[in-house]
Unconditional design. Sequence first.
Lengths: 361, 361
Amino acid sequence: MNWQTMTGKKTEQLPRPGRSVTLGDVARLAGVAPMTVSRYLNEPSIVRVETGLKVQRAIDQTGYVHNRLAGALASSRSRLVAVVLPMVTNPLFSDTFEAINQRLSQAGYQVLLGISGYQSQQEQQLLDVILSRRPDGIILTGTLHTAASRNRLRSGAVPVVETWDLSPEPIDMLVGFSHEQVGHDCATHLLGLGYRQFALLAVNDPRGLRRAESFIQTLAAQGIPHVLQHVYQGVPTLAHGRTGLSALLESVPATQGGPLMIVCTSDTIAHGVLTEAAARGIRVPEEVAVLGFGDMNFASQTFPALSTVRIDGSQMGDTAARMLLERLQGQVVGAGVKDIGFTLVDRDSTAQSNPSTKRAW
Amino acid sequence: MNWQTMTGKKTEQLPRPGRSVTLGDVARLAGVAPMTVSRYLNEPSIVRVETGLKVQRAIDQTGYVHNRLAGALASSRSRLVAVVLPMVTNPLFSDTFEAINQRLSQAGYQVLLGISGYQSQQEQQLLDVILSRRPDGIILTGTLHTAASRNRLRSGAVPVVETWDLSPEPIDMLVGFSHEQVGHDCATHLLGLGYRQFALLAVNDPRGLRRAESFIQTLAAQGIPHVLQHVYQGVPTLAHGRTGLSALLESVPATQGGPLMIVCTSDTIAHGVLTEAAARGIRVPEEVAVLGFGDMNFASQTFPALSTVRIDGSQMGDTAARMLLERLQGQVVGAGVKDIGFTLVDRDSTAQSNPSTKRAW
DNA sequence: ATGAAAGCGCTAACAT
DNA sequence: ATGTTAGCGCTTTCAT
């Protein structure tokens, strides 16, 4: 690999040409012990200012780059946090991930990324690969699927934070919200707005499906047994929404029994429904009403503006990272569980209970 | 950290309770040398099947997890590839990143993520942090901004692949396309479609601005000196497009001199323009025409369908990862530069030169 | 505030 | 096909 064998043109300054510069080289050049350089690198404040300057000069001269691989081995602290996402391309998790990365990197940790996919096939492998790097912590965006994987992490060797869910049996720490509650509240709220005819557009994401199921059960309990459903594969897209509305219009006798309320498991799908409605000249919310999920940044900007369920992804990510950092700094030892909740946001794609007022629930 | 000090209920089997299981422990239990375990782990094929089974049994019994931190230190191969993204929240890079991650993880490498942001402030720090992990390679999505950073990488210590651009002085390997060419081709193409009145909506991403500049210069050379411009901060959003169109309509005397052709540096902004047009009842492409950039998955699904510049992000990512892997496997030593090009896609948000035909350029 | 010795857990290189 | 020896470059721990 020939690491930094020279600093620009100053090859001749190096004690050991052909080898990479080590902390020992820096120490020799600065006339101090290796341990002093290590201290300067990790906690400059415990080194005399004068000594620190000598060391820094030697570092600059050699172009030395700290080797945290060796440091991690010696100290059993990798300063690595593994973050597991279901999929990079689902924008739902972007804000959470950004917040996580922001706070972790600020605290001197680096992110090791793992993509779990939505099928639990290679999950065991992924976990092995992650653990083999000896991360100081793991943040799961979503949850691991197989019980084996979960038990594996429950040993307590590594702090784990689960996000985007409120599991009854968290592995360790957890910050999320109840998808069942979302489904229930949406149903109740939409019934309250007067809707009686419902359809559901979903992708086969496990949490979305749980929201959907809870939604349907709540409706059933209120005397609405039939809800048309379409479940698509893969990441939510506009296309799913457009296809979905088209499919629904074929099965629903046009606007008999009031407007059709279409509930989507993602803002992106909902946006597609709005698009297809516009393309067909269908009025929203008069003929068809739409509810999304996520309150992603575009939701307030669609036309008409999208009613949705707001999830504060940034706060969730930030909280997850904080919890983990606190544990790593030994401040909190116990398990932490935080429900960050959600908010129903009424915009223009659903009817207003009071036409003159917009309300945020 | 107490790494895997027990396997379920079998604590008593461990040679050294209280310590984490090491490769040596596995070796002892299996009755072989540590090196044999190492070989089994890294290249099972060079170990006798029978021996491998003994080792595997010992691994299963102890719950051993390979420590690649130690392995990396000993072998000077971290099997880590650092991937630098400008921003997690810009969906433009999602496909590229997904392709990169896919191929790398398949080849046994793990991704260490770095976010550069669009300002080059902490770039030097980011680089230090990355290099301190001794990655086997670095993939830059976009390019580092400061000359100092670039020179730092040019030492050749680590293979580097730059993507999403076609720099005249690549650090090492490169796969991208010419943003100047995009600007030029867009201008020429739109003039060919008959447009004479242009506006530009951009975010302050350096590459987008270069496309914009090239676009404007090409127009100027063809006798069109005035192009209205709005440049916004941050990641492209629908809101930028909606605000942008509103702002443009205030400065442009309505549809005098033919339709206004609005060129956006991102499909997302363009989508916002379409949305604002719909909200205002402005006909697209008759009164206002729109061109995006990226051909993200929603572009063909907007209403009207968005004309845009197609960039094959997946191919770019896959190619970048392949180049890097080839280098790491010693197959190719020289610098590789690949122009993956781009394609102008005419959909419904721009006028058709021949109304009966849709053409992909 | 700084130094010296020992070792983190693995693999390269050589030997058998 | 397997074993032995000697580190990789840092930090822990104890000393001064």
